[in-house]
Ligand binder design. Sequence first.
Ligand code: PEP
Ligand code: MN
Length: 337
Amino acid sequence: MVIVMKAGATQAQIDHVTDRITELGFGVHLSRGTERTIIGVIGDERTLNPSIFEVMDGVEKTVSILPPYRLASREVQPEPTVVRVNGVKVGNQRIVIIAGPCSVESRTQLLETAHAVKEAGASMLRGGAYKPRTSPYSFQGMGLKGLEILAEARAETGLPVVTEVMAPDKVGLVAEYADVLQIGARNMQNYDLLKAVGRAHKPVLLKRGMMSTIEELLMSAEYILSNGNPDVILCERGIRTFETYTRNTTDINAIPALKQLTHLPVIGDPSHGTGKWMLVDAVARALIAAGADGLMVEVHLHPETAMSDGAQSLKPERFAELVRHVRAVAEAVGRTA
Ligand code: PEP
Ligand code: MN
């Protein structure tokens, strides 16, 4: 951190600041200009609250040098993290496609979908058993029964299962059935939930909040990492903008930005990112071209009867086409699928 003193700050004010820095166990680097003095604080500033200096007489402002996250940072860990989910590696040269319905609706629906997405080239199965719905009157998910069906689909197809956990007291239960614990966009800043999955022994798929910055997403990842779980996969799922034609706006920028800022794997969700099935294939290709390590795509046997997110769900044959398109792009950018 750098502390910029006001023009005309007195020696007593400068001494007060440097004494406080030393008291807190940090080093001081003083730089006297012709008009202002700048004080460098030497040490890991992440534990330091800038406001303790900002309120002092003679201080103009503080400037942070380090990103506020540490464990998620690429500076701290330059080599990419590869998250292993059963036999599937996420963050590897090979891109990973997670597919399945928004919600688990019935045993036959899920099993049939699981076989179809596997056949098309998916390497993990998704499906919500606990659904975060805007309306309390909308379908809330099958709960425990949904988890049992997901486990059955894994047993039949061998596909690892990704499913959302919405509450800290459900983490233990969901972790018994799931291979990856999904934290939904609406819960990205539910810090008790982040701590709870941080203590779980299952990889976590952390979706970006629809109104969260890239830095806030990384701070949420930091909660999980700092609670002991190193296996975090980030997911760009679209953010809210002034545009209303689409449900969300896929933030393509976030993919290369995150790849530069963090060593964690980053995937994209073109289904929630667009809200319209007709846009999903093109945006999936864009995400992979931008450097995403994989995709999460909603697939439904009969989108018109889906209990959630039918408008953005692909029929299995369209999903198979998407996989073919994405493979071509992956190869064009030096990846495999
Ligand atoms: C989902 O994956 O079905 C979901 C609810 O996603 P999000 O949390 O990104 O809205
Ligand atoms: Mn959905």
